[in-house]
Ligand binder design. Structure first.
Ligand code: ZN
Length: 65
C-alpha cells in the first residue's frame, strides 16, 4: 500500500515519510498556518434567534365615553 497524501495547499503528492506531512513543503505548511492566522476559515456560529413575540394585549380600560 503506497498511498500518498496530497498537500492541501498545492495538491501535490506527499510521501508518508515526508517530515512536512501532510504538506509537501515547509512553505505550504506556512501558507496553511497563515490561512488560519488571518481567519480565512470563518466558522459560522449557531444562529441564535431571539424571536419572542411581544404580544402585550393591554386591556383598554381607558375607553370611556
Ligand atoms: Zn504543497
Amino acid at each position: 500500500m503506497a498511498a500518498k497524501l496530497r498537500c492541501p495547499i498545492c495538491k501535490k503528492e506527499v510521501a508518508f515519510d515526508d517530515p512536512n506531512m501532510p504538506f509537501c513543503s515547509d512553505r505550504c505548511r506556512a501558507i496553511d498556518l497563515g490561512n488560519w492566522a488571518s481567519e480565512k476559515y470563518v466558522i459560522p456560529g449557531p444562529e441564535e434567534r431571539a424571536e419572542h413575540e411581544n404580544d402585550e394585549d393591554e386591556p383598554n380600560e381607558g375607553a370611556r365615553r
